[in-house]
Write a protein that binds this ligand. Structure first.
Ligand code: SF4
Length: 347
Protein backbone atom coordinates (compact mmCIF):
# COMPACT_ATOMS: atom_id res chain seq x y z
CA UNK A 1 0.00 0.00 0.00
CA UNK A 2 1.22 3.49 -0.83
CA UNK A 3 -0.39 6.72 0.37
CA UNK A 4 1.34 10.00 -0.43
CA UNK A 5 4.35 7.88 -1.46
CA UNK A 6 4.77 6.33 2.00
CA UNK A 7 5.91 2.72 2.26
CA UNK A 8 3.60 0.85 4.64
CA UNK A 9 5.58 -2.41 4.34
CA UNK A 10 2.40 -4.50 4.36
CA UNK A 11 4.13 -7.67 3.19
CA UNK A 12 6.57 -7.49 6.10
CA UNK A 13 3.75 -6.82 8.53
CA UNK A 14 1.78 -9.84 7.31
CA UNK A 15 4.84 -12.07 7.39
CA UNK A 16 5.65 -10.98 10.92
CA UNK A 17 2.11 -11.66 12.13
CA UNK A 18 2.30 -15.18 10.72
CA UNK A 19 5.81 -15.82 12.00
CA UNK A 20 4.93 -14.68 15.52
CA UNK A 21 1.54 -16.40 15.50
CA UNK A 22 -0.11 -13.14 16.56
CA UNK A 23 -3.85 -13.49 17.07
CA UNK A 24 -4.56 -9.86 17.85
CA UNK A 25 -2.56 -6.86 16.62
CA UNK A 26 -2.76 -3.11 17.14
CA UNK A 27 -2.08 -0.37 14.59
CA UNK A 28 -0.98 3.12 15.67
CA UNK A 29 -0.74 5.75 12.93
CA UNK A 30 0.18 9.46 12.98
CA UNK A 31 -2.80 11.83 12.77
CA UNK A 32 -2.36 12.63 9.06
CA UNK A 33 -2.40 8.94 8.12
CA UNK A 34 -5.35 7.78 10.22
CA UNK A 35 -7.37 8.11 7.00
CA UNK A 36 -5.78 4.90 5.72
CA UNK A 37 -6.23 3.01 8.99
CA UNK A 38 -9.46 1.29 7.95
CA UNK A 39 -8.00 0.03 4.68
CA UNK A 40 -4.89 -1.23 6.49
CA UNK A 41 -6.98 -2.95 9.13
CA UNK A 42 -9.22 -4.63 6.53
CA UNK A 43 -6.31 -5.92 4.46
CA UNK A 44 -4.31 -7.22 7.41
CA UNK A 45 -7.25 -8.97 8.94
CA UNK A 46 -8.35 -10.48 5.59
CA UNK A 47 -4.88 -11.74 4.69
CA UNK A 48 -3.81 -13.05 8.09
CA UNK A 49 -7.07 -13.79 9.91
CA UNK A 50 -5.85 -11.80 12.88
CA UNK A 51 -7.99 -9.41 14.91
CA UNK A 52 -6.95 -5.79 14.38
CA UNK A 53 -7.49 -2.95 16.86
CA UNK A 54 -6.79 0.63 15.75
CA UNK A 55 -5.42 3.20 18.17
CA UNK A 56 -7.55 6.35 18.22
CA UNK A 57 -5.07 8.05 20.53
CA UNK A 58 -2.27 10.43 19.62
CA UNK A 59 0.83 9.30 17.77
CA UNK A 60 3.14 12.30 17.92
CA UNK A 61 6.46 10.53 17.98
CA UNK A 62 8.42 7.43 18.84
CA UNK A 63 7.91 8.48 22.45
CA UNK A 64 4.17 8.14 22.09
CA UNK A 65 3.52 4.41 22.11
CA UNK A 66 -0.09 3.53 22.95
CA UNK A 67 0.90 1.44 25.95
CA UNK A 68 -2.63 0.53 26.92
CA UNK A 69 -3.24 -0.92 23.46
CA UNK A 70 0.17 -2.62 23.65
CA UNK A 71 -1.11 -4.41 26.74
CA UNK A 72 -4.12 -5.76 24.81
CA UNK A 73 -2.40 -7.17 21.70
CA UNK A 74 0.28 -9.67 20.66
CA UNK A 75 1.98 -7.13 18.36
CA UNK A 76 1.64 -3.37 18.06
CA UNK A 77 2.65 -1.78 14.74
CA UNK A 78 3.66 1.82 15.34
CA UNK A 79 3.95 3.81 12.10
CA UNK A 80 6.12 6.77 11.21
CA UNK A 81 9.02 6.54 13.65
CA UNK A 82 12.10 4.55 14.56
CA UNK A 83 12.60 2.95 17.92
CA UNK A 84 13.08 5.62 20.58
CA UNK A 85 16.22 5.13 22.64
CA UNK A 86 14.77 7.42 25.32
CA UNK A 87 11.70 5.35 25.87
CA UNK A 88 11.07 4.69 29.55
CA UNK A 89 7.67 3.15 29.90
CA UNK A 90 5.49 4.91 32.37
CA UNK A 91 3.89 1.58 33.16
CA UNK A 92 6.77 -0.88 32.94
CA UNK A 93 10.44 -0.92 32.04
CA UNK A 94 10.59 -1.54 28.30
CA UNK A 95 13.58 -0.49 26.35
CA UNK A 96 16.78 -2.47 26.50
CA UNK A 97 19.57 -0.40 25.05
CA UNK A 98 21.65 -3.46 24.13
CA UNK A 99 18.92 -4.63 21.77
CA UNK A 100 19.24 -1.49 19.67
CA UNK A 101 22.08 -1.38 17.17
CA UNK A 102 22.78 0.86 14.22
CA UNK A 103 23.55 -2.21 12.16
CA UNK A 104 20.01 -3.61 12.19
CA UNK A 105 18.14 -3.26 8.94
CA UNK A 106 15.63 -0.49 8.82
CA UNK A 107 12.39 -1.25 10.52
CA UNK A 108 13.46 -4.77 11.42
CA UNK A 109 11.93 -6.12 14.58
CA UNK A 110 15.01 -5.40 16.67
CA UNK A 111 14.04 -7.44 19.67
CA UNK A 112 11.29 -9.73 20.72
CA UNK A 113 9.24 -6.95 22.24
CA UNK A 114 5.72 -6.30 21.11
CA UNK A 115 6.18 -2.95 19.40
CA UNK A 116 7.21 -2.98 15.73
CA UNK A 117 8.24 0.33 14.19
CA UNK A 118 7.21 0.85 10.55
CA UNK A 119 9.26 3.82 9.45
CA UNK A 120 7.06 5.02 6.57
CA UNK A 121 9.86 5.84 4.17
CA UNK A 122 8.82 8.33 1.54
CA UNK A 123 9.64 7.80 -2.12
CA UNK A 124 9.33 11.45 -3.19
CA UNK A 125 12.32 12.64 -5.24
CA UNK A 126 14.28 15.04 -3.02
CA UNK A 127 16.77 16.14 -5.72
CA UNK A 128 14.72 19.06 -7.15
CA UNK A 129 14.23 20.68 -3.75
CA UNK A 130 17.88 20.23 -2.82
CA UNK A 131 18.90 21.92 -6.08
CA UNK A 132 16.60 24.77 -5.17
CA UNK A 133 18.11 25.02 -1.65
CA UNK A 134 21.61 25.64 -3.03
CA UNK A 135 20.89 29.34 -3.65
CA UNK A 136 20.48 29.88 0.11
CA UNK A 137 23.69 28.13 1.18
CA UNK A 138 26.35 30.68 2.11
CA UNK A 139 29.41 28.56 2.88
CA UNK A 140 31.16 25.72 1.04
CA UNK A 141 30.31 23.06 3.60
CA UNK A 142 26.87 22.06 4.90
CA UNK A 143 25.55 19.55 7.38
CA UNK A 144 22.78 17.40 5.92
CA UNK A 145 19.94 16.07 8.07
CA UNK A 146 16.42 14.69 7.62
CA UNK A 147 13.55 13.09 9.46
CA UNK A 148 13.35 9.32 9.15
CA UNK A 149 10.95 9.53 6.18
CA UNK A 150 13.74 10.98 4.01
CA UNK A 151 16.92 9.80 5.72
CA UNK A 152 17.54 7.14 3.03
CA UNK A 153 17.75 9.97 0.45
CA UNK A 154 20.58 11.87 2.16
CA UNK A 155 23.31 10.28 0.03
CA UNK A 156 21.47 11.36 -3.14
CA UNK A 157 21.17 14.88 -1.69
CA UNK A 158 24.89 14.84 -0.95
CA UNK A 159 25.63 14.05 -4.61
CA UNK A 160 23.40 16.88 -5.78
CA UNK A 161 25.26 19.30 -3.51
CA UNK A 162 28.65 17.97 -4.61
CA UNK A 163 27.76 18.75 -8.24
CA UNK A 164 27.26 22.38 -7.22
CA UNK A 165 30.62 22.52 -5.43
CA UNK A 166 29.22 22.18 -1.89
CA UNK A 167 30.67 19.64 0.47
CA UNK A 168 27.89 17.97 2.48
CA UNK A 169 28.51 16.15 5.76
CA UNK A 170 26.01 13.63 7.12
CA UNK A 171 26.61 13.70 10.85
CA UNK A 172 26.57 10.76 13.20
CA UNK A 173 23.64 10.69 15.58
CA UNK A 174 24.47 9.90 19.20
CA UNK A 175 21.25 8.06 19.88
CA UNK A 176 19.13 7.59 16.79
CA UNK A 177 19.16 4.70 14.36
CA UNK A 178 20.50 6.45 11.28
CA UNK A 179 23.26 8.94 10.59
CA UNK A 180 21.79 12.28 9.59
CA UNK A 181 18.47 11.44 11.25
CA UNK A 182 16.93 14.06 13.52
CA UNK A 183 14.09 13.86 15.98
CA UNK A 184 12.48 16.81 17.73
CA UNK A 185 14.31 15.76 20.88
CA UNK A 186 17.60 14.69 19.29
CA UNK A 187 19.54 16.90 16.90
CA UNK A 188 22.95 15.39 17.63
CA UNK A 189 23.53 14.46 13.96
CA UNK A 190 23.47 18.20 13.13
CA UNK A 191 26.60 18.85 15.17
CA UNK A 192 29.08 19.01 12.31
CA UNK A 193 31.87 21.43 11.48
CA UNK A 194 30.12 23.18 8.61
CA UNK A 195 28.79 26.67 7.98
CA UNK A 196 25.10 25.92 7.44
CA UNK A 197 22.73 22.98 7.88
CA UNK A 198 20.34 21.72 5.21
CA UNK A 199 17.25 20.00 6.64
CA UNK A 200 15.06 17.86 4.39
CA UNK A 201 11.52 17.50 5.66
CA UNK A 202 8.35 19.39 6.50
CA UNK A 203 7.32 21.79 9.26
CA UNK A 204 9.24 24.39 11.22
CA UNK A 205 9.91 22.69 14.54
CA UNK A 206 12.90 20.61 13.46
CA UNK A 207 14.76 23.36 11.58
CA UNK A 208 14.06 25.92 14.32
CA UNK A 209 15.27 23.48 16.98
CA UNK A 210 18.40 22.66 14.99
CA UNK A 211 19.19 26.37 14.57
CA UNK A 212 18.87 26.93 18.33
CA UNK A 213 20.80 23.75 19.11
CA UNK A 214 23.72 24.35 16.74
CA UNK A 215 23.71 28.16 16.52
CA UNK A 216 23.88 27.77 12.71
CA UNK A 217 21.65 28.90 9.86
CA UNK A 218 19.31 26.13 8.80
CA UNK A 219 17.97 25.90 5.28
CA UNK A 220 14.80 23.81 5.35
CA UNK A 221 13.89 22.10 2.07
CA UNK A 222 10.39 20.62 1.93
CA UNK A 223 10.24 18.01 -0.86
CA UNK A 224 6.42 17.98 -0.84
CA UNK A 225 5.77 21.72 -1.21
CA UNK A 226 9.17 22.53 -2.81
CA UNK A 227 9.38 25.42 -0.35
CA UNK A 228 12.73 26.64 1.00
CA UNK A 229 12.78 28.40 4.40
CA UNK A 230 15.75 29.82 6.26
CA UNK A 231 15.98 29.75 10.06
CA UNK A 232 18.40 32.21 11.68
CA UNK A 233 19.48 31.24 15.21
CA UNK A 234 19.73 34.84 16.46
CA UNK A 235 16.14 35.62 15.53
CA UNK A 236 14.86 32.47 17.21
CA UNK A 237 16.94 33.21 20.28
CA UNK A 238 15.44 36.69 20.64
CA UNK A 239 11.92 35.20 20.66
CA UNK A 240 12.91 32.84 23.45
CA UNK A 241 14.51 35.71 25.40
CA UNK A 242 11.13 37.44 25.42
CA UNK A 243 9.49 34.37 26.98
CA UNK A 244 12.25 34.05 29.59
CA UNK A 245 11.97 37.77 30.34
CA UNK A 246 8.27 37.36 31.10
CA UNK A 247 9.06 34.63 33.64
CA UNK A 248 11.81 36.49 35.50
CA UNK A 249 9.38 37.98 38.04
CA UNK A 250 7.38 34.78 38.48
CA UNK A 251 7.12 33.56 42.06
CA UNK A 252 5.33 30.27 41.40
CA UNK A 253 5.89 27.61 38.73
CA UNK A 254 4.04 24.52 37.57
CA UNK A 255 6.52 21.87 36.44
CA UNK A 256 4.87 19.79 33.72
CA UNK A 257 5.59 16.07 33.43
CA UNK A 258 4.47 14.30 30.24
CA UNK A 259 2.95 10.84 30.70
CA UNK A 260 4.05 9.55 27.30
CA UNK A 261 6.70 6.87 27.52
CA UNK A 262 9.51 8.82 25.88
CA UNK A 263 8.67 12.05 27.66
CA UNK A 264 8.32 10.92 31.26
CA UNK A 265 10.95 12.83 33.25
CA UNK A 266 9.76 12.51 36.82
CA UNK A 267 13.20 12.60 38.44
CA UNK A 268 14.32 15.65 36.44
CA UNK A 269 11.08 17.43 37.38
CA UNK A 270 11.55 16.66 41.09
CA UNK A 271 15.12 17.96 40.90
CA UNK A 272 13.92 21.18 39.25
CA UNK A 273 11.28 21.59 41.92
CA UNK A 274 13.90 21.28 44.66
CA UNK A 275 16.18 23.79 42.94
CA UNK A 276 13.33 26.28 42.61
CA UNK A 277 12.30 25.90 46.24
CA UNK A 278 15.92 26.38 47.32
CA UNK A 279 15.81 29.77 45.54
CA UNK A 280 12.70 30.79 47.48
CA UNK A 281 10.21 30.06 44.69
CA UNK A 282 7.04 27.99 44.80
CA UNK A 283 7.07 25.00 42.46
CA UNK A 284 4.44 22.31 41.90
CA UNK A 285 4.65 19.04 39.95
CA UNK A 286 1.83 18.53 37.43
CA UNK A 287 1.49 15.33 35.41
CA UNK A 288 -0.49 15.26 32.13
CA UNK A 289 -1.16 12.98 29.17
CA UNK A 290 -1.71 15.91 26.80
CA UNK A 291 -0.39 19.38 27.61
CA UNK A 292 -2.92 21.97 26.50
CA UNK A 293 -3.64 25.47 27.82
CA UNK A 294 -7.16 24.41 28.74
CA UNK A 295 -5.88 21.73 31.09
CA UNK A 296 -3.59 24.20 32.82
CA UNK A 297 -6.17 26.95 33.37
CA UNK A 298 -7.05 25.84 36.90
CA UNK A 299 -3.46 25.96 38.14
CA UNK A 300 -2.90 29.51 39.43
CA UNK A 301 0.87 29.71 39.04
CA UNK A 302 2.78 32.51 37.30
CA UNK A 303 4.60 30.33 34.76
CA UNK A 304 5.16 26.73 33.69
CA UNK A 305 8.21 24.61 32.94
CA UNK A 306 7.92 21.89 30.30
CA UNK A 307 9.92 18.71 30.95
CA UNK A 308 7.99 16.71 28.31
CA UNK A 309 8.33 16.95 24.53
CA UNK A 310 10.42 19.97 23.43
CA UNK A 311 8.35 20.05 20.28
CA UNK A 312 5.40 21.40 22.29
CA UNK A 313 7.25 24.74 22.43
CA UNK A 314 5.56 25.52 19.11
CA UNK A 315 2.15 25.39 20.81
CA UNK A 316 3.26 27.18 23.97
CA UNK A 317 3.87 30.47 22.18
CA UNK A 318 0.06 30.80 22.07
CA UNK A 319 -0.37 30.23 25.83
CA UNK A 320 -1.10 33.30 27.96
CA UNK A 321 1.40 32.32 30.67
CA UNK A 322 5.04 31.75 29.82
CA UNK A 323 6.10 28.12 29.36
CA UNK A 324 9.84 27.56 29.64
CA UNK A 325 12.07 24.70 28.63
CA UNK A 326 14.29 23.18 31.33
CA UNK A 327 17.29 25.18 30.10
CA UNK A 328 15.29 28.41 30.02
CA UNK A 329 14.07 27.78 33.57
CA UNK A 330 17.69 27.41 34.64
CA UNK A 331 18.32 30.89 33.22
CA UNK A 332 15.47 32.18 35.40
CA UNK A 333 17.03 30.41 38.39
CA UNK A 334 20.32 32.14 37.62
CA UNK A 335 22.08 28.82 37.01
CA UNK A 336 22.60 29.10 33.23
CA UNK A 337 23.73 31.88 30.94
CA UNK A 338 21.31 33.54 28.52
CA UNK A 339 23.47 32.43 25.58
CA UNK A 340 23.04 28.77 26.45
CA UNK A 341 19.32 28.20 25.87
CA UNK A 342 19.19 25.46 23.26
CA UNK A 343 15.93 23.55 23.66
CA UNK A 344 18.00 20.42 24.18
CA UNK A 345 21.07 19.61 26.18
CA UNK A 346 24.13 19.47 23.96
CA UNK A 347 24.59 15.73 23.51
S1 SF4 B 1 10.25 15.30 19.73
FE1 SF4 B 1 8.59 14.99 21.16
S2 SF4 B 1 7.11 13.77 19.98
FE2 SF4 B 1 9.08 13.58 18.94
S3 SF4 B 1 10.03 11.74 19.83
FE3 SF4 B 1 10.79 13.53 20.97
S4 SF4 B 1 9.47 13.69 22.76
FE4 SF4 B 1 8.40 12.42 21.22
Amino acid sequence: MEQNSYEFELERIKALIKERGARRVGLQLPEGLKTVALALSAEISKETGTEVILSGNSCYGACDIDEKLEGMVDLLFHFGHTVNPFRKSVYKPFFRKESFTKETNRGVFENQEKVVFIELRNTVDIKPVVERAVAEIKGDCVGLVATVQHVHALEAAKEVLARTGKQAVIGRSNNLKYDGQVLGCDFSSARVHCDDIVFIGSGSFHPAGIALYTGKRVIAADPFTMQISVFEPDELRKKRYLVIGRALDAKSFGILIGMKSGQFKLNEAITLQKRAVAKGLEAYLIVLEEITEERLLGFKVDAFVNTACPRLAEDFVHFKKPVLSINEFEVVLGDRSWEDISVLEQA
